[in-house]
Every structure is written in C-alpha cells, then in structure tokens.
Design a binder for this molecule. Structure first.
Ligand code: FES
Ligand code: FES
Length: 201
C-alpha cells in the first residue's frame, strides 16, 4: 500500500507550483489566440402598436422587446408610473389595463394592442384630485412617495373590485404593493375612508 511521506507532499507541491509558473510566464507569442468575429447587432424589429393611454389613442412603432413599463416611462414620459424591482414583486409600476390593475413591468407593450391604459396621470379629471389621491394626502399615507403611484392605482382597483370592505380585506388585497417606508397603516386608513365614503370611483 502506498503511503504518503512528507517528501511526496513537498514534491507534489513543487510540481504544482512549476506548472502554475509555466502557465503564467509562457511568452505571449506562444499562446494561441482566437480571433472573435466582430459582433454585428441584429436590426431591431419595429412593430406597430395602437394603444389608448389616459384616453388618448396613440399609433406607435416600437421595439418589439419593450415592456409596457418602459414604453410608458422611457418612450412616452409617463414617469408617474415608477420602476422598482422590474420583477413583478414590488407593485411600484401598477397601472390599469382595461380597468384591471396590472404590474406594467411584467407586460410586453405589444401584448396591449388596442388596450386602454390608465396611469396615475390619468386618474384625476385634470382639475380635481381623484378621491383616492385626496385621501392619501389627507391621511398622510406616504413618506418618500416612491411606491405611492402604484399604491393608489392598486387602492382604486381594490375598492372597485369590492375588496375593501374591511381593514383585513384591504390588507390582504393590497399585499401586491410594498412600501419600504412602512406607511401601511395610513394607506389602509386612506383606502378605508374612500371605501366607506360612498364616493363614486
Ligand atoms: S417594478 Fe413592477 S413590480 Fe416592481
Ligand atoms: S412611501 Fe416610501 S416606499 Fe412607500
């Protein structure tokens, strides 16, 4: 049976060191290099999209890979819709598609052919705040405000869906939206106030 002596260990160590040194100190001229062909970007496929945003019909030509969130924020400057995680986790990008709340980071813009989109900019009538916006202000339902657009869009949907009948239900159906400032109690206060006010939203 082969036993391992101290000498074997030292020899192994020296062999290993020699091969590492040979690798690092081989002259560059002896190292075979492989030419990489220049990467030629493929032409970007543009597609036509007819979409209504906040009541305005738009006929656009867009990169087929654009998310709805990027179309709104980057291409059309509806920056009220916020970009948080871009993974469907935080709810900052919540908008309404045909009246239903949706996380716009999880949608390709092109899958919204002929759809009606409402963003936070389209919620008020242009003069008066929407009752939910007013309730958020009154109840101090935000701190930094980054999540607020998404919270308000979800809150409106939550009331319209009939899921704001109790505080518990509001908490459950608003768990789609994260507030890193922790303004949750005040957010629930605002939603409860609107839900019980009988205001038509
Ligand atoms: S940015 Fe869409 S869910 Fe976070
Ligand atoms: S108010 Fe700051 S993240 Fe909600």
């Amino acid at each position: 049976m082969k036993t391992c002596s101290k000498q074997d260990g030292r020899r192994g160590f020296l062999k290993k060191s020699a091969s590492i040194a040979a690798f690092y100190f081989t002259p560059a001229s002896l190292v075979k290099t492989f030419a990489i062909d220049a990467v030629v970007p493929l032409p970007i496929a543009k597609e036509k999209l007819a979409i209504t945003i906040n009541g305005k019909l738009m006929n656009l030509e867009i990169d087929a890979r654009t998310t709805l969130l990027n179309l709104l924020r980057e291409d059309l400057a509806y920056t009220g819709t916020k970009k948080g995680c871009e993974m469907g986790q935080c709810g900052a990008c919540t908008i309404h598609i045909n009246g239903k709340r949706t996380k716009s980071c999880m949608q390709l813009a092109l899958s919204n052919q002929n759809n009606k989109i409402t963003t936070i900019e389209g919620l008020s009538d242009g003069v008066n705040l929407h009752p939910m916006q007013a309730a958020f202000l009154k109840n101090d339902a935000f701190q930094c405000g980054y999540c607020t657009s998404g919270q308000i869009m979800s809150a409106v949907a939550c009331v319209r869906e009939g899921n704001a009948k109790t505080r518990k239900s509001i908490q459950t159906y608003m768990d789609t939206n994260i507030c890193r400032c922790g303004a949750y109690q005040n957010i629930v206060d605002a939603i409860e106030e609107v839900a019980t006010s009988g205001a038509k939203i």
